[in-house]
Design a protein. Structure first.
Length: 232
């Protein structure tokens, strides 16, 4: 269980009743994403309150009337999903900052400037988000907010998500050194070994990482690899 010092109040008001639980703020996003079904280990007390500060418990009759059950786990999940989580200003600022960085990283990885065919630096994306006055939900998974943010950025900067295909040609020795990097950056969609023992592959990856990838494998192979961006 989370300690009382670290817990925050999740509150739901319905049918003229108020219901509160004491919950670990870090689990809220996982609940919204459907990744947590047993919320009890993340509660400071296995109780449904009408006033958590005073320790006043909600009556079973009120809980049954509103939720159709008195199962604490089921009721608590409903409160987190449909209610409001009472964060301190500092907690909200930190969680929003963390989520903003996740969104920026995801966009920087997948997006390019369609005019120049080059990635946008994270700093440019952050500046555009500020200009667009984008609100980041601290509880909603980053991947569920990316498309909304991308749409808001389009009037500010030229940007779109795109994948690139790249042909690689390396000796068998170099292939062994770079294979892990290739599959961590992208997906090998075609490959074959040549009669001379060299490897040829076509890799698809998010457009935003192509420069980083080429720089990385160039250094790792000491330049002993051939690469070519293919037209989609």
């Amino acid at each position: 269980m989370v300690s009382l010092d670290d817990a925050v109040i999740a509150r739901l008001e319905s049918h003229g009743e108020r219901f509160e639980i004491l919950i670990d703020p870090d689990v809220v996003e996982k609940v919204h994403a459907g990744a947590v079904e047993d919320i009890l280990p993340f509660m400071a007390a296995e109780e449904i309150f009408k006033d958590a500060h005073k320790g006043d418990r909600a009556s079973e009759e009120a809980i049954k009337k509103v939720f159709g059950t008195t199962d604490i786990n089921e009721v608590a999940l409903h409160i987190v999903k449909k209610g409001d989580v009472q964060l301190t200003t500092e907690q909200r600022r930190k969680m929003q900052g963390d989520k903003r960085r996740q969104i920026v990283a995801e966009i920087a990885r997948n997006a390019i400037n369609p005019q120049t065919k080059t990635p946008h630096p994270p700093s440019r994306i952050e500046t555009a988000m500020e200009e667009a006055r984008i609100h980041v939900d601290p509880f909603k998974p980053a991947e569920q907010q990316v498309q909304t943010v991308l749409n808001a950025l389009k009037p500010i900067i030229p940007i779109r998500f795109e994948k690139v295909r790249m042909a690689l040609h390396a000796s068998g020795e170099i292939y062994g050194k770079i294979y892990g990097d290739v599959v961590s950056y992208g997906t090998i969609i075609k490959e074959e070994w040549q009669p001379d023992g060299s490897w040829v592959g076509i890799v698809e990856m998010p457009a935003g990482v192509q420069v980083e990838f080429l720089d990385h494998i160039g250094k790792k192979s000491k330049g002993e690899i051939e690469t070519k961006i293919l037209n989609n």
